[in-house]
Design a protein around this ligand. Sequence first.
Ligand code: SF4
Length: 390
Amino acid sequence: MKSLGIYIHWPWCKTICPYCDFNVRKLEDIDTSTWRKAYEKEIENISFFTNLKEVKSIYFGGGTPSLISADFIEKIINFINNNFSLSSNVEITIEANPSSLKYENLYNYKLAGINRVSLGVQSFKDTELKFLGRDHDSDQAKKAIKYIEKLFFKANLDIIYGMPDQKILTFKQDLREIMDFAQTLGHLSIYQLTIEPKTPFFKQLKSGKLNLPSDEKLSEMYFIIQEMSEKYKLPQYEISNHSTIGNESIHNLGYWRYNQYLGIGPGAHSRVSKNLNRMSLVQIKSPRKWLEAILKNTNGIEHREILSTNETAMEVLITGLRLKEFLPAKRFNKFSKLKLEEIIEIPLIKDLIKEGLIERKESKIRTSSEGKAVLDSILYRFDQVINSKH
Ligand code: SF4
């Protein structure tokens, strides 16, 4: 069954965290009913780009979508249902920040149709939360987890590691607490702190004010996470994602399996089928211009292009090799000129198998645990082969 996911991007946050490079803005005095109508109009506009009708997942991301009312969310879900049709086991996620969460809000989200919450906790240490510029503390996070646990079967805990001066010993202690909570919710997304250009942290790094852990230390932390998550029955199923059995994110699996998805909202991306290839659609990045364009009866699309087979082949690898499951040749070959069976016989790629970074089973491949830790260099070699630079 072909799977379609819909991503709704809400660009507003109460405060902007110094490490964040998502397309976000500080919350302004906005007219939410105008914004809701714009989302509805754009859902309709963009629905013509796909031939798929059944929606397997909806994801309200951002930004801080938990600043939106349950009524707004419910209307958007109903609108999607009227333009497509929601699968009987559709997964509908909302990203939430502990600071904007009350039991009552969560209860109303549930009534509105939300059945999964991704909670941006980032850390259970107040010093780290302060460093990250978060507007919640660990008590608020723990309270939010309790509420979510009571109301939802599926939920995720979002965590960041690799903070300045983080010691291995204390990291292990902190990780136990994180795993305890993640086990309760059934899912953990744990990302290494990365310093992106144009963020306040980037400036601090350049001026020598951020003392980040070395690559060796980060790699040690990565393997500690893998080991501990196995013990807690939260095995890795994607580089940064862990879950108990059956609690994987359906929406994100859609990206990693290179399924079609529609992204609606400022700066959101889509991948849709176009003949035998994939088309990329990118929405206007500026929230104000995005809204204006839609209200002027055009649409929110800034850029559209049919991707070349080399581009799609690389995208299948970039996404699929993040997963623990094998990447089947059938999926890859659909989007590539060179067959996967041919590629894995080329010495540059064969070496990856010999080095234990890529595992092969018949005509399927996946990255080993060691391979996942050096995915960029693996992809670099595939890129050389696919773009005939070898
Ligand atoms: S709350 Fe999330 S989306 Fe908003 S600024 Fe912070 S990291 Fe970015």
